[in-house]
Design a protein around this ligand. Structure first.
Ligand code: XBP
Ligand code: MG
Length: 257
């Protein structure tokens, strides 16, 4: 009998490819509106993704890539204000419906709900961003599909710290052995594995070369019936899309290791 009771999803890069054409663009819009003259290129943004959290990323950028910037006296407020503007631009971009869910995501969520498997989210992104993505890329009631949404500043230490997964597990009153996490990045898998969760990774252009040594499996995407996944690392046990049968097989395999 399977022990999988819940699936816990990261958001950015996992549910949808949000970083390059979503978050990055919204940061640039906020910088432009503030008259700062900062422009985060696709390449630079890949480096900035080393740090999770938008406010943290702005600070990292100034510490490492724009050290000449004269910081205003109210620096914390300045960063928070820029970030709030970025959130407004980002949710507006999502409302245009330009960023779809990744292949297999909706299929797997629906299968899980049909089988009584509980769903949750563990992300470093701002809560408004999660609701906007679910609303516009899935449907307006999709927020209710998730029993717990752990997001943003609800825990002080963002990924790669395990805190957000601990928060979600505690809120659901589940042990890590009863859950499977879905991630797309090195920081994500470090966080999930530190919380002792079996983790399925689907990579994207920013994360393809990351080290996922500790993943249950690494795939190009979750797969659809007409679009099987490609296995980048691990053993898919004869499956070609991620469904609950495959997840249970993976979990049993990792228990027997
Ligand atoms: C996502 C992040 C976030 C987003 C921006 O990480 O690192 O910072 O890029 O969101 P994960 P905010 O995929 O682990 O959730 O600007 O709202 O922080
Ligand atoms: Mg992610």
């Amino acid at each position: 009998m399977s022990r999988v009771r819940a699936l816990i999803f990261d958001v950015d890069g996992t549910l949808a490819d949000t970083e390059r054409d979503g978050h990055r663009v919204a940061f640039n819009m906020a910088f432009s509106e503030a008259g700062l003259g900062w422009e985060w290129s696709v390449e630079l943004y890949g480096e900035l993704l080393a740090v999770t959290g938008g406010k943290e990323r702005i600070r990292f950028y100034l510490d490492k890539y724009n050290t000449g910037f004269r910081r205003p006296g109210n620096f914390n407020e300045f960063v928070a204000g820029l970030h709030a503007a970025k959130t407004t631009f980002y949710t507006r971009l999502l409302s245009n419906g330009e960023i779809p869910l990744r292949p297999g995501v909706e299929r797997l969520l629906r299968e899980a709900m049909e089988q009584g498997i509980r769903l949750a989210i563990a992300t470093t992104t701002t809560p408004e961003n999660v609701s906007a993505l679910l609303n516009y890329a899935l449907n307006p009631s999709a927020m209710d599909w998730f029993e717990v949404i752990g997001a943003g500043d609800v825990v002080p230490a963002k990924k790669p710290a395990p805190d957000i997964y601990h928060y979600v597990l505690e809120a659901m009153n589940l042990a890590p052995e009863e859950c499977v996490a879905f991630e797309d990045s090195r920081n994500g898998i470090l966080s999930a594995r530190e919380a002792r969760l079996a983790t399925i990774v689907t990579v994207n252009d920013y994360t393809r070369e990351h080290d996922f040594a500790d993943a249950a499996i690494v795939l190009d995407q979750l797969g659809e019936p007409d679009r099987p996944f490609k296995v980048l690392q691990g053993d898919a046990r004869g499956h070609d899309l991620v469904d609950l049968a495959m997840i249970r097989a993976l979990v049993e395999q990792s228990m027997n290791r």
